[in-house]
Design a protein around this ligand. Structure first.
Ligand code: ARG
Length: 462
């Protein structure tokens, strides 16, 4: 073991020249990976406990190391630890400090491991916690949505395709669509946990080790399901990082789509939702303005998250197997992504708690654009035994008539309707009622009020 005097790098027996100041500046990652200190110490404690159990180190040395590590954990938690860029990363910073606290016995800690397996062990443990936090935030949003959806089961609004009025829907049903999106996100993150759950510790630099280690033991200690199978794959693998970033990207995309929708709905053209003053900002020149900045923040940030996924994909592309310095960037990418996503989820929750539907305007807008035309076509199929295509043509003719007369469908008289389809009776007029239209969509997953109620209940029970 190289002596650890005068703050020299661990490898100073071999590398004689001072590291170039340029490399010192860019090559270190301590500002980023110090965030892994708890996980690093947890991994190291499991490692030395295993080394002792396997009679690779003595009881005394194990205890000394654990004592030192716990002291370091306290120092870092209390912000009393001096991180030094010279020692590159969190692993070396901790090891250096361990030497200062317990002396030369610190040299036993790195037996049968490498930073290559150490760093991914830390990152995987960290990612498990991050995933749990994201899952919790998703649950919180889902609860918020259920609460608002329940209040808006009977709030009628236009449903759009191509942003053109299509068919009437319930706002509650619309909001419940978000629940489905976030439930899928939860599943995606949960699936990742499955792949993530293999313990890298013990594969060492790339080959495994000649020491008689027990990887099952550290696997249990660190809460993994099993040890990884192949030492070379283990140190090269960042698939779990990609899975995580992809899941974050999809979740951000969901958030961004919702944000975009609310921006449109809040625009003066639509004006079907109002945002509480808590979540809008003013303009420095136009005194009247109330801008949906927070929503724009959400939409914008999804771009950064996608960027992070692509950074990682690009780093991995053409990287031969086993460890390369290129991989060091994974942590910055993951941490940035985590922070954006957690922020975005909290902001979205705040937005959802601070908007109100402009029900009058929603109904008014739902009244335009001949939105019950499909209901009329369905009625013709059901009551006049004609094919849907045939009914579609007759309904289109009725819409043309209404447009020509500058009337809404419900304002056409039965006499006018009979001109297109003589078999029609007064009974048809009920299909032009928006509430009837919505409640007729009883098929599973459809917008009928009763369906929404059932679905909300189902999720509330969950
Ligand atoms: N700080 C390094 C990283 O994050 C730890 C692994 C270093 N391994 C090495 N062979 N240089 O990737």
């Amino acid at each position: 073991m190289a002596k650890n005097k005068n703050n020299q790098a661990i490898w100073n027996t071999r590398i004689k020249k001072q590291t170039s100041s340029l490399f010192l500046r860019v090559g270190n990652s301590i500002d980023v990976d110090k965030r892994l200190f708890k996980e690093d110490i947890m991994g190291s404690i499991a490692h030395v406990e295993m080394l002792f159990k396997q009679k690779i180190i003595s009881f005394k040395i194990k205890n000394k190391i654990i004592y030192g590590l716990n002291k370091i954990k306290k120092e870092i938690s209390k912000k009393k630890f001096k991180f030094d860029k010279k020692y590159e990363d969190i692993h070396m910073n901790i090891e250096k400090r361990l030497f200062q606290i317990i002396g030369e016995d610190a040299g036993y800690i790195h037996t049968a491991r490498s930073r290559n397996d150490q760093v991914i062990t830390d990152l995987k443990i960290w990612m498990r916690d991050s995933t749990n936090t994201i899952d919790y935030s998703l649950d919180k949003i889902i609860k918020t949505i259920l609460k608002i959806a329940e209040k808006n089961i009977e709030t009628i609004m236009p449903g759009f395709t191509h942003l053109k009025n299509a068919q009437a829907i319930s706002l509650g049903h619309y909001l419940m669509a978000f629940v489905e999106m976030f439930e899928r996100d939860k599943k995606r993150f949960l699936n990742n946990m499955e792949c993530l759950n293999e313990n890298p510790l013990g594969v060492s630099a790339l080959t495994g080790t000649s020491f008689n280690i027990d990887r099952e033991y550290t696997t249990k200690k660190l809460g993994f399901k099993k040890p990884t199978n192949n030492s070379i794959d283990t140190v090269s693998d960042r698939d779990f990082v990609l899975d995580y970033l992809y899941s974050c990207s999809v979740c951000s995309m969901h958030i961004s789509r919702i944000a975009e929708e609310f921006i449109i709905w809040n625009s003066d053209g639509f004006n079907i939702v109002k945002l509480n003053d808590k979540i809008v900002t003013g303009s420095s020149i136009m005194p009247q303005k109330k801008n949906p900045d927070l929503l724009e923040y959400l939409r914008g940030k999804s771009g950064s998250v996608y960027g992070n996924l692509f950074s990682m994909l690009t780093i991995l592309k053409r990287l031969p197997l086993s460890y390369f310095k290129d991989l060091q960037d994974d942590k910055e990418i993951v941490f940035k992504t985590n922070d954006i996503l957690i922020n975005s989820l909290n902001i979205l929750d705040e937005v959802l708690n601070n908007f109100s539907p402009n029900k009058k305007k929603m109904l008014e807008l739902a009244g335009s654009g001949f939105m019950t035309a499909t209901d009329l076509a369905d009625y013709l199929v059901k009551n006049h035994s004609i094919s849907f295509r045939n009914a579609y043509q007759k309904t289109a003719a009725i819409v043309n008539l209404a447009e020509k007369k500058r009337k809404r469908l419900e304002d056409l008289t039965i006499v006018e309707l009979k001109k297109v389809e003589p078999k029609l009776t007064e009974d048809v007029l009920k299909v032009f009622n928006l509430k009837n239209s919505i409640n007729s969509k009883k098929s599973y997953g459809g917008t009928a009020f009763a369906n929404i109620k059932k679905m909300i209940l189902k999720y509330k029970k969950k």
